[in-house]
Design a protein around this ligand. Structure first.
Ligand SMILES: [Cu+2]
Length: 183
């Protein structure tokens, strides 16, 4: 029945074209997704979705999270992180027997061969301290990851969550600010 419809009428052809148009239009957002998901690569290492969580615009500390995947058969070791907006350290949150979360400083982070490691809240993360800038959600924050054998990889962290915490800290507004300057 469909065959006859398309063969006998020019309008069938028109409808078919329209149909293709709509299918392409529906697929269009799918094609755009890779543009939003940020990925950085270096010698078989892929760092995906790097983001920065800070508590308020004037936060003095924050945490960086991302996924490191390692396509090499040997483990890769992240030994250092540097950032121009603050001091960066490798950290891990551990929960002790009493249920108290504590952060400990790691010398390095190893990603096993053909495996991935997620840096996420409550686990391994990049800790940023002594932050000297005001955060702005419209820009990205460059960070350099230094791997033991592969060298350094520049990534951009996307700011997340500053708005939410600003709301949560609303009651703190109105306080006098004390600024300390080193000369
Ligand atoms: Cu930490």
């Amino acid at each position: 029945m469909f065959n006859n419809f398309f063969k006998s009428h020019a309008i069938g052809c028109f409808l078919l074209k329209r149909c293709i148009f709509w299918v392409l239009l529906a697929l269009f957002p799918v094609c755009l997704i890779p543009a939003y998901a940020s990925e950085f690569e270096l010698k078989g290492i892929t760092v995906s979705n790097p983001h920065l969580v800070v508590f308020g615009k004037n936060a003095k500390s924050g945490a960086g999270y991302f996924v490191i995947s390692n396509k090499n058969s040997d483990p890769v070791i992240l030994k250092k992180v540097t950032a121009d907006f603050g001091k960066a350290m490798l950290h891990k949150t551990d929960v002790d027997k009493k249920g108290v979360a504590k952060m400990k400083h790691l010398k390095n982070i190893a990603v096993p061969g053909n495996d991935l490691l997620k840096l996420e809240p409550g686990g391994t993360h990049i800790m940023f301290m002594n932050i000297s800038i005001e955060f702005d959600e419209s820009r990205k924050y460059p960070v350099t990851l230094v791997f033991e054998e592969q060298g350094s990889l520049d990534i951009d962290l996307k700011l997340k969550g500053a708005k939410k915490s600003q709301k949560a800290h609303k009651h703190k507004h109105g306080h006098a600010h004390y600024h300390k300057h080193d000369h």
